[in-house]
Design a binder for this molecule. Structure first.
Ligand code: ATP
Ligand code: MG
Length: 409
């Protein structure tokens, strides 16, 4: 549990140097400090710097209230309805987030409606010790103090980092019930950092995994996309399957071996530097299920495939409130893969070859062929056909017009 007196690791005993910290973030930290406020780097950035990894973003924690932050920085504004958080704007639309230290509210302070708890919990100001304790894992609760460049450790996160061990702050049985998304985050961080998971985490997941289905869909959606962005969707969803979490996390996703293998290939594509779009991720998740549902029927045609795609994609998009543009694109990718899988020579092939989404569908299909070698030749054949179609459309004269002239002669 939290100690009010933390372990302080002085500058010469840890590896974080100011040179690794973004310069605008340093400006904000220094300005808060010069005005007498506590100014800490918090959360994932401290963890990543200590692990010699590049942080995704640098978040700041302070004892200044949102209004005090607002007054101190001309370029700042407060965001959120009830979420009192300061955003400080820098050149190039860059935003640095500054949050006042918060604490977990006492039971008698919580709103009556449990649905409001998550937001409420985020908005009660507290001490640095309390702010550390409300976080999820010990390694996510380290602070870097700009006043003396030390690392402040209230919960033993440094030792856990050294031992590559993921430990929940407090009792996982309580913390997972309080916020079920933490179960997914546990698997996510262990995969990202290659950390072992404490036994009590597995027990609590086994006991409370069903609660994942009660978590706010928007938060689950965001964490799932984080899996894709961090190139760990295959590894994490595989573990979720083994731990029995999948049906509560993604009700329609069966998580077969082949589909998990496909996700691992998609992760390799992201690792190669291709940004992952949500429509592509959704199509990848459901591709195998969709193709299976299509081949079950003997006389499947395009309109039947469209119905199948809808049946699979719509429930996912409805549950996670996914915009129709993304839904439409995911569905088109699936139907594109269906057309590719059934082979060459069907009606309207020319139009299909020139359709703007066809290259993306072929990209997905080609990745699929990496786990289904029987499809490799077909994928190559289509790739050549698309290339030819592209060079045809680039020709200066429209071939159709010419043909019409000739026939009229
Ligand atoms: P990333 O590199 O993905 O940004 P991160 O650790 O910064 O990793 P975020 O999701 O950005 O993760 O959250 C920032 C910090 O907020 C975390 O490090 C953690 O301290 C805290 N936090 C996030 N989600 C939760 C949660 N569900 N419960 C408790 N604390 C959380
Ligand atoms: Mg972060």
């Amino acid at each position: 549990m939290s100690k009010n007196i933390p372990t302080t690791i002085p500058r010469d005993q840890h590896c974080i140097s100011r040179e690794q910290i973004d310069t605008d973030t340093l400006k904000v930290l220094n300005r808060l400090h010069r005005h007498g406020y506590k100014a800490y780097l918090v959360g994932g950035s401290v963890r990543d710097l200590l692990l010699n990894r590049q942080p995704k973003d640098f978040d700041i924690g302070t004892d200044a209230t949102p209004n005090q932050i607002r007054k101190l920085f001309r370029n700042s504004f407060l965001v959120g309805r009830r979420f009192r958080l300061a955003h400080i704007r820098f050149a190039g639309n860059k935003i640095i987030e500054v949050a006042t230290f918060r604490r977990h509210p006492h039971d008698n302070e919580l709103p009556e409606d449990p649905d409001d708890h998550f937001h409420f919990v985020q908005n009660v100001f507290g001490s640095p010790a309390e702010d550390a304790t409300r976080r999820d894992f010990t390694i996510n609760a380290l602070f870097y103090n700009i006043a003396d460049f030390s690392v402040i450790d209230y919960l033993g996160g440094m030792e856990d980092l050294q031992n590559k061990r993921l430990r929940v702050i407090g009792d996982p049985q309580v913390r997972f019930v309080e916020d079920p998304v933490r179960m997914l985050r546990a698997i996510e961080f262990s995969a990202r950092l290659d950390f072992t998971i404490e036994a009590d985490i597995y027990t609590a997941i086994a006991d409370h995994k069903k609660l994942l289905a009660t978590a706010a869909p928007a938060r689950v959606r965001e964490e799932i996309m984080e899996l894709f962005r961090h190139k760990i969707s295959g590894a994490v969803l595989k573990q979720c399957r083994e731990l029995g979490m999948l049906p509560h996390l993604l009700a329609g996703y069966p998580g077969t071996d082949e589909s998990i293998e496909l996700l691992a290939k998609i992760d390799q594509r992201t690792a190669a530097g291709i940004p992952i779009e949500e429509s592509f991720a959704i199509a990848a998740l459901y591709l195998r299920l969709f193709m299976d549902s299509c081949t079950q029927s003997d006389s499947i045609n395009i309109s039947a495939a469209m119905l199948q795609a809808n049946e699979i994609i719509i429930p996912h998009c409805r549950y996670f409130s996914i915009a129709s543009g993304i839904r439409h694109q995911a569905r088109e990718l699936l139907i594109g893969c269906f057309r590719l899988a059934r082979g060459r020579g069907f009606r309207a092939e020319k139009r299909f070859l020139q359709h703007p989404l066809t290259p993306k569908a072929l990209e997905l299909f080609t990745i699929w062929s990496q786990v289904r070698p029987d499809l490799i030749d077909l994928a190559e054949n289509w790739a050549n056909a698309i290339k030819t179609a592209e060079s045809d459309t680039k020709r200066p004269h429209h071939p159709r017009k010419r043909r019409r002239k000739r026939s009229s002669r």
